[in-house]
Design a protein around this ligand. Structure first.
Ligand SMILES: Nc1ncnc2c1ncn2[C@@H]1O[C@H](COP(=O)(O)OP(=O)(O)OP(=O)(O)O)[C@@H](O)[C@H]1O
Length: 255
């Protein structure tokens, strides 16, 4: 058995004449925080879309715990425990924070439709557990006081945390965060860094991160992959990436 939870091999994604992802490969260990960085348009989100089943890759393999998941639907991939957030928050804005977390658990129940129709004790217990679970996650995120507020009326930083809670409540193995610090203030970014650490250590989740905020990336990641024009140009520890000439050139452009 491989020491890696997630293996991405030779991944390619073509849009007409554009090779948006060109032979990208990396492996992620259990409970690792692995970041993908690179200039705008480098292909980072496309890699996420290929892993999470939103795109069918043009080539390559995505292997989770020894099992191929490339080409599966986003729903199937999520059922394997690979879940994601989006660059633009996607919540049910007219539902409350609590309701968003209840909806997220719809497929995790073991109680069937009939017991729901007859409102059996087992069904009621399962429903109570979902509410408990949701409230616990609101606590973890510091959002308990907003449980009954419509998600669309929460502050932006709170919406981002609620979106992470919505992923975590499904007990994922891999949590993919696409620019989670975008739009956050400095304090919220610090809190986010702590939260990512906590999710990894306390809940054992493996984190795949796309982020432009270098303070957060350097502070939270164990390893970093750098992409430019669809290709991987460097991979390594934060310290090595920070000093890598190709990376500096990719970000600053040639003089
Ligand atoms: N569905 C699509 N159809 C056509 N081209 C696409 C599609 N999705 C992405 N692209 C193109 O692929 C390239 C990589 O885009 P991608 O969004 O993956 O970059 P990124 O590194 O995530 O950028 P950013 O940091 O700005 O989010 C871009 O040139 C983009 O225009």
């Amino acid at each position: 058995m491989s020491e890696y939870l997630l293996e991405v091999k030779d991944l390619c994604m073509r849009f007409g004449g554009l090779l948006a992802v060109d032979s990208v490969g990396f492996n992620v260990r259990p409970q690792e925080v692995f970041a993908i960085i690179g200039p705008n348009g480098a292909g980072k989100t496309t890699v996420f879309n290929c892993i999470s089943g939103f795109y069918q890759p043009s080539g390559g393999a995505v292997v989770l715990n020894g099992q191929s998941i490339a080409g599966q639907s986003s729903h199937q991939v999520a059922n394997h425990g690979v879940v994601r957030t989006f660059q633009n928050v996607r919540l049910f804005k007219n539902m409350t924070a609590l309701e968003n977390l209840l909806v997220a658990q719809h497929s995790t129940g073991r109680v069937n439709l009939l017991s729901g129709l007859f409102n059996t004790p087992a069904y009621r217990r399962a429903e109570e557990e979902k509410v408990e679970n949701a409230l616990q996650w609101l606590d973890v995120m510091g959002l308990r006081q907003f449980a009954n507020r419509e998600a669309g009326n929460l502050a932006y930083g709170h919406q981002r945390r609620l979106e992470i809670a919505r992923c975590m409540i499904t007990k994922p193995r891999v949590l993919m965060l696409d620019e989670p610090a975008a739009g956050l203030n400095p304090q919220e970014k610090k809190d986010l860094q702590q939260l990512i650490d906590q999710l990894r250590t306390q809940y054992g989740v493996t984190v795949l991160l796309i982020e432009h905020d270098m303070g957060l990336v350097m502070g939270v990641s164990e390893r970093i992959l750098v992409m430019e024009y669809g290709k991987p140009i460097a991979m390594g520890l934060p310290e090595a990436i920070r000093n890598d000439e190709r990376v500096i050139k990719a970000y600053l452009g040639e003089a």
